[in-house]
Design a protein around this ligand. Structure first.
Ligand code: CAO
Length: 449
């Protein structure tokens, strides 16, 4: 391996020093991707003059002198090899006086005397496998690792490293997808403003970014800011999606008798001022199943080592409002009858749609139901309302031919799903739960056993 501390090959006999490319290892014709100085600029020793980039990594060429740039002989897009002329520096003060009269032999970086500015500083890092270095890494890395990294200048890499941003997760807006400092800043800004899905938002999870696309290139677009509730619920949904290992169990239930009973009660219920929908029956059946399967009416402790089972049954109901999704909670469902539950449901969904829910209306839930049955659909995968561990999704019941052993008979079949946190609930338990709920809905008499 060549020494990372390269000898400087400039002309030291004049106040104007010609700077050439130092030893860059076994690399030839490396592309110049940045010229970091202009004629007239003043530079200090070790200030970066150029950024080179091979297909493996980037490196900066530092100035061996303090002085003023008087001429530049390279440009972005050109390529250079060891010994190629780069620029002239009019050396100032001590730097000129200290300039060595002849070229020094290469020395390992560790042994290079600090007070020898004429020896061109080595590329800004060291590496076992290649003298060209992913400068931002500031630690030994191998060439394969470097190849996997994003394109970015060492200064941008250093900036990202300082702020803990993994450049591999940042979309580059520069030429050939090169990551610029502004890209890193945008990534950090997105995290700070809570848009954790923004490019570069690693959240310690190394989530790869979604590339930014200029949609207007393909046609007309309009941009509308998301509503306040969507922004808030989006944050919770995203947190759950990222933190909870979801499994969704699909099932269906024959609710023919249940729906007949509902219809039979409809007129009487209306006299009481309530509208009976399948949802309240589902709430009762779910609570009975939660009593059978306490792991579904639970939360994991924050260290993930314990499960906290709750002895109360508060069911969150996802409500579609003009402003977005809200989840008010119907309290003590186990203690309430069908009419009382219907009243509660009508009240909280009206409050949700009028934007009048208070924090207490949405607190204390133990399990959530998201019902799309009034709209349509066959099945869907609801996202667990963490820190709860399970959620049920109801889809639209339809009359279907069901084989009873001797003939097909028309039955009202309601599809439903339960998504659960697999850390808290095993698959077998998951399907036992859905089977139990389905059975309760098929034969409501079991609820009073
Ligand atoms: N199958 C067939 N019909 C159903 C049904 C089902 N699973 N669920 C409800 N219906 C029927 C009702 O009986 C009612 O019909 P009738 O007027 O003839 O009796 C009609 O559909 C409308 O019901 P509804 O939606 O007004 O009432 P609900 O009690 O079922 O639901 C509420 C109340 C607040 C949950 C609902 O209005 C709502 O907002 N749903 C959307 C929830 C949502 O957005 N979830 C997604 C979350 S993830 O983004």
């Amino acid at each position: 391996m060549k020494s990372p501390r390269a000898p400087y090959k400039g002309n030291f006999d004049m106040a104007i020093q010609q700077i050439t490319i130092p030893d860059i290892g076994d690399f030839d014709a490396v592309e110049i991707i940045e010229v970091l100085v202009s004629v007239g600029d003043t530079v200090a020793v070790d200030d970066s003059l150029l950024t080179l980039e091979s297909d493996k990594a980037t490196m900066e060429i530092p100035s061996p002198f303090a002085g003023t740039i008087t001429k530049i002989g390279v440009e972005v897009g050109g390529s250079v090899s060891e010994g190629d002329y780069v620029l002239d520096i009019e050396v100032s003060g001590d730097s000129a006086a200290d300039a060595p009269k002849e070229e020094k032999k290469a020395q390992p970086a560790a042994e290079a005397p600090k007070a020898a500015p004429a020896a061109a500083p080595a590329p800004q890092a060291s590496v076992e496998t290649s003298p060209i270095v992913a400068a931002a890494a500031n630690k030994p890395v191998n060439a394969q690792e470097m190849g996997a990294k994003s394109h970015a200048s060492p200064s941008v890499r250093a900036f990202a490293r300082k702020l803990g941003v993994d450049l591999d997760t940042v979309s580059g807006s520069g030429p050939k997808g090169r990551v610029q400092q502004t890209d890193v800043e945008a990534a950090i800004k997105a995290v700070m403003s809570g848009q954790t899905s923004a490019p570069g938002a690693t959240g310690g999870m190394g989530i790869p970014p979604i590339p930014e696309v200029d949609f207007s290139k393909f046609g007309e677009t309009t941009t509308e800011e998301l509503g306040r509730i969507k922004k808030i619920s989006g944050k919770f949904l995203h947190a759950s999606w990222l933190n909870v290992p979801h499994v969704t169990q699909f099932d269906e239930s024959d609710i023919t008798e249940m729906d007949q009973f509902r219809k039979d009660q409809k007129a009487a219920a209306e006299k009481q001022g309530v509208k009976l929908t399948p949802l309240v029956f589902v709430m009762k059946a779910v609570v009975k199943a939660l009593q059978d399967f306490p792991s579904f009416n639970a939360s994991l402790s924050s260290d993930g080592q314990s499960i906290i089972k709750k002895g109360y049954y508060n069911i969150g109901i996802a409500v579609d409002t003009p402003n977005g999704l809200m989840v008010p909670v119907v309290k003590d469902v186990d203690k309430k009858g069908i009419y009382e539950l219907s009243r509660d449901l009508m009240e909280i969904s009206a409050k949700a749609r009028d934007g009048k829910l208070g924090p207490a209306d949405m607190a204390g839930g133990t399990f959530t139901i998201s019902s799309l049955g009034g709209i349509g659909g066959t099945q869907f995968t609801p996202i667990v309302n963490a820190p709860e561990v399970a959620i049920m999704g109801l889809s639209k019941a339809k009359m279907q031919p069901v084989w009873n052993g001797s003939e097909f008979i028309p039955r009202l079949i309601m599809p439903f799903s339960v998504s659960y946190d697999h850390r808290a609930i095993d698959g077998a338990e998951g399907v036992r739960f859905t089977t139990t709920v389905g059975n309760y809905l098929t034969d409501l008499r079991q609820l009073i056993l």
